[in-house]
Design a protein around this ligand. Structure first.
Ligand SMILES: Nc1ncnc2c1ncn2[C@@H]1O[C@H](COP(=O)(O)OP(=O)(O)O)[C@@H](O)[C@H]1O
Ligand SMILES: O=c1ccn([C@@H]2O[C@H](COP(=O)(O)OP(=O)(O)O)[C@@H](O)[C@H]2O)c(=O)[nH]1
Length: 246
């Protein structure tokens, strides 16, 4: 049962949270900062504590990206396989952090990894979510040439999540990349078509098309802001909401 927080009822019963791999690096250049991992685990635990079901997809950009490996000469498909395995490592680290905080969690993988993770199974995942466990969907879609943003939207649609929340290092969607353009202005709301027409590169096109075709609302917000995740789930206007009609 969903519980109130400060008189506010959770807006969503089930969410798909997509964390970028880079978010796990904190201030490092590579790898995982355990302090960041623990903070994120606690924030996710708050949601479980108020009865919200949480599916999680974690990127791998803090370790390997297929496109970057291919740019220095590696076969692209091999690079993407390495990227997907990187998401499994991040997912195992997150499960460990959640369990250390007494938050029940399990990892499913789109690539079979007997003895390390469960294999992805939608019906089993839904059962675990209903029991209040965090289900971490790793290895992206299991296919090269996709991203974990697309995997997050795909899994969100599959598990009938109420919303896909993209947790990133910027405050939302801007007129241009805010890390490159200091004059970029933030949007509070956008439609899928506006993101596509304006070529806003906060997510890849496949992810946006998937959400548009299945009418899945998407919110982009800053995970480095403590409390932002809970605020989003309680209906706060963090970041940018992308949906069919503004
Ligand atoms: N119009 C835009 N609005 C917001 N962020 C943008 C935009 N264009 C590009 N970006 C970039 O997209 C990134 C968000 O995607 P994320 O998946 O977290 O990072 P990455 O793709 O580097 O792993 C931001 O860090 C930001 O620099
Ligand atoms: O379905 C997928 C998801 C991910 N990847 C690979 O895994 C890497 C890490 O994922 P991503 O770049 O999406 O991570 P993030 O940017 O969120 O850290 C990608 O660059 C791809 O090489 C892939 O091949 N297929």
């Amino acid at each position: 049962m969903a519980q109130q927080v400060g008189g506010r009822q959770p807006r969503y019963k089930r969410i798909l949270l997509k964390l970028s791999g880079e978010a796990l690096m904190g201030t490092e250049d590579f790898g995982i900062d355990p302090k960041v991992l623990d903070r994120m685990a606690l924030e996710i635990g708050q949601l479980i504590g108020i009865g919200v079901q949480v599916g999680l997809v974690i990127g791998g950009g803090n370790l390997f990206r297929g496109a970057a490996l291919s740019a220095v000469g590696m076969d692209r498909v091999t690079g993407d396989h390495m990227g997907m395995l990187a998401t499994v490592m991040n997912s195992l680290a997150m499960r460990d952090a959640l369990e250390r905080s007494n938050i029940p969690a399990l990892v499913m993988s789109a690539i079979s990894m007997v003895g390390v993770t469960d294999h992805y199974d939608r019906r089993k995942a839904m059962g675990h979510l209903k029991q209040g466990k965090v289900v971490i969907f790793s290895a992206g879609t299991g296919n090269p040439f996709f991203t974990t943003d697309s995997a997050g939207c795909l899994r969100g649609i599959e598990i009938n999540a109420d919303v896909v929340l993209k947790a990133t290092k910027v405050d939302g969607v801007y007129t241009a990349d805010p890390l490159k353009d200091p004059n970029a202005e933030k949007f509070d709301n956008l439609t899928y078509d506006e993101v596509l027409d304006r070529k806003l590169e906060v997510m890849d096109l496949t992810a946006i098309f998937l959400c548009r075709d299945h009418n899945m609302p998407l919110r982009v917000f800053n995970m480095n802001k403590p409390g932002a995740l809970l605020n989003v789930v309680l209906g706060g206007a963090e970041g940018t909401l992308i949906e069919e009609n503004k």
